[in-house]
Design a binder for this molecule. Structure first.
Ligand SMILES: [Fe+2]
Length: 277
């Protein structure tokens, strides 16, 4: 059986990137797919890109890889946004900027009879938000092809990133998986007096898929493993003074929270989620 590690959302976190690659290697896995968002947030963009380039056989473009390498009409943007774009741009060598711009939107392969499709956020857009608690109707569209997918088949298994929240769902005999985030994991559903330890949340998260790679016939075994491995967070934060938004970054990395919980909670509440009182 073949094992493939699927990682996503590195976000410039070098210690997390080193750890995920070591963890994968220690498990004897040599095939790694990265689903994008290598940069933005952390200070180590070039070092992370170099490691991903060297170790992954497929690398997909994420919304931040695209957004922070494309041209912008700066005058039309708020000041903080201009600062973010300039900061992320100056962290990248020209070679790595071009590399990020060259990345594909989507990749497909067969595994143990299933058509597996991988992308950053959805088959249509690299910044669409599809959550585990979205409707069956919305989640079922994740298996559909689009003009941006390599084939026009309906997928059997989808793996994606973007929402930084690992989960697996089964619908219409298909499997929908979010692999989580390597460098910027968080949990949105939180309540201080009910939360378990954040230690597991702030880990490096990724997924291993195991089966017969390239096998188009049905009837073979397939399995998925959700991994959460610890890394040296304080080492990653050693050069925090170089970060454009140091306090937000520290909060996310140490607490496993998103920097703007009000915004993200609203997204959940708009979907009818009632949080524990
Ligand atoms: Fe991301």
């Amino acid at each position: 059986m073949d094992k493939i590690a699927v990682i996503s959302d590195i976000h410039g976190n070098l210690e997390a990137t080193k750890k995920v690659l070591l963890d994968i290697k220690n498990r004897g896995i040599d095939k790694v797919i990265c689903l994008g968002d290598i940069i933005a947030k952390g200070t180590h963009s070039n070092a992370c890109i170099d490691l991903i380039k060297e170790n992954c056989f497929v690398v997909i473009s994420g919304n931040t890889d695209r957004y922070f390498t494309q041209e912008h009409d700066m005058d039309a943007l708020p000041e903080l946004e201009q600062k973010r774009i300039n900061w992320n741009r100056q962290l990248l060598t020209e070679e790595n900027r071009k590399y990020l711009q060259s990345l594909p939107f989507c990749f497909e392969f067969y595994m143990s009879g299933s058509l597996v499709r991988v992308f950053h956020a959805s088959p249509r857009k690299d910044d669409e938000v599809v959550l585990n608690l979205d409707t069956i109707e919305t989640k079922s569209t994740m298996f559909e092809p689009s003009p941006l997918t390599p084939s026009q088949e309906i997928a059997d298994i989808v793996l994606y990133g973007h929402i930084h929240h690992q989960y697996l769902d089964k619908l219409y005999n298909k499997t929908l998986i979010n692999v989580g985030s390597v460098g910027n994991s968080f949990d949105v559903i939180r309540k201080p007096d009910f939360d378990s330890s954040t230690k597991e949340t702030v880990n490096v998260h990724y997924v291993i898929i195991e089966g017969n790679y390239g096998e188009k016939e049905y009837g073979n075994d397939i399995s998925f493993q959700f991994v959460r491995a610890s890394y040296d967070i304080s080492k990653e934060l050693e050069d925090i003074d170089k970060n454009l938004e140091p306090e937000s970054y520290r909060y996310e990395i140490e607490e496993g929270m998103y920097r703007d919980m009000t915004k993200i909670k609203k997204g959940y509440e708009d979907r009818g989620v009632v949080f524990r009182k």
